[in-house]
Design a protein around this ligand. Structure first.
Ligand SMILES: *[C@@H]1O[C@H](CO)[C@@H](O)[C@H](O)[C@H]1NC(C)=O
Length: 344
């Protein structure tokens, strides 16, 4: 009797723990010193990290993460969009080669077709291929009868779709004129396929580019930050403000039922005056606490978005600004850059 009771309590605890939403991480794999995927699985399990985003199909990842229970978000790389968009057979080949052999042992949850394609000069050449590629992947999944288990979307950057100063008034959010038609077409697809909006949400870039308009403490989720009032809503951090601005922008186009998943957010620990270990440690620890608290945002209380931190490792071959190579939570040798509490 006693033993049964203890067993029941144990099972209850395990199942409650199993249901808890976990934080995720990105791995761009742009390093010549990164650990093998089997070691990544162990590192993530040890830290209770439950989601893993990679930017293109990677059989070594699919194999290593089989039966790990970790949810996978896999990208279709921008440079593959033209090919995938050109012919449904190409999408069927992609699904046959990279999804069917691994799913469901490997828990592929979302396919992010393209990364930050809309609203950037560097990716303008891919815009015409984006929606046709999404449709072809969706049709290929449908033919494999996987459309209810794996959702097709595209990852877009909040800062490419919305003016930096618009995040001051989330209820008035709108997409910039430049992206509104293409974004509207993507939203129509997402609503129809019941897929989430995958958003890369970086308070760091918004704060950095508009320092007179946002306080650093607000960007870092500091409890001492001055709050921002927006109608009857009170914003305590820029992350929530950015997400709700995106929700308002979607609503302004008639889409009010598409959930946001934060596919990337983070703070660099090196590379400019506010990219410090102290600030990165504050941002990521406060972010995790906020997301796992299920507080949600003022517009969507009680349902924090699924969230993946960029990035798991510092990636020494990532091009661009020095900060880009210093977003990691861990050094490639798996030592933490600063202490992070991944579960509450
Ligand atoms: C931060 O802002 C400065 C000033 O506008 C700019 O020169 C720099 O490139 C920005 N850094 C990043 C990482 O965006």
């Amino acid at each position: 009797m006693k033993i049964t009771l203890i067993a029941c309590i144990f099972i209850l605890c395990v199942s409650i723990e199993g249901d808890a939403e976990k934080i995720g991480v990105n791995n761009g794999l742009l390093g010549d010193n990164l650990p093998p995927q089997e070691e990544v699985v162990s590192l993530m399990k040890m830290n209770n990290i439950g989601k893993y985003r990679i930017y293109k199909q990677e059989p070594t990842v699919f194999k290593a993460f089989a039966n790990s229970d970790i949810e996978i978000i896999v990208g279709v790389a921008n440079f593959d969009l033209q090919r995938i968009s050109s012919d449904e057979k190409e999408a069927m080949k992609w699904v046959a080669e990279y999804v069917k052999p691994y799913f469901p042992a490997t828990n592929i949850k979302y396919i992010a077709v393209g990364n930050e394609v809309l609203g950037k000069a560097e990716t303008a050449k891919y815009v015409g291929y984006l929606l046709p590629a999404m449709i072809n992947i969706q049709n290929a999944l449908q033919k494999a009868n996987l459309q209810d288990k794996i959702k097709v979307s595209t990852a877009l950057a909040a800062r490419d779709l919305i003016e930096a100063l618009s995040f001051q008034a989330p209820s008035k959010g709108t997409f910039t004129e430049k992206v509104e038609n293409d974004t509207s077409a993507v939203l129509k697809f997402l609503e129809h396929s019941r897929s989430p909006f995958l958003a890369n949400v970086f308070p760091f870039f918004i704060y950095n580019s508009s320092r007179d308009s946002y306080s650093l403490d607000y960007a870092l989720f500091k409890p001492t930050a001055p709050v921002v009032k927006d109608g009857n809503k009170i914003y305590k951090n820029l992350f929530d403000a950015m997400i709700d601005t995106l929700y308002s922008a979607m609503e302004s186009m008639g889409y009010s039922n598409i959930p946001i998943v934060v596919t990337a957010t983070g703070w660099p620990s090196k590379g400019n005056d506010v990219a410090t270990i102290q600030n990165a440690k504050s941002y990521n620890n406060n972010l995790i606490k906020h997301v796992l608290s299920k507080a949600g945002t003022p517009k969507r209380p009680g349902q924090s978005p699924e969230t993946c931190i960029f990035a798991l490792f510092n990636e020494n071959q990532k091009p661009g600004d020095e900060t880009e190579r210093n977003f990691g939570l861990f050094y490639p040798n798996k030592k933490p850059v600063y202490p992070v509490q991944f579960s509450v």
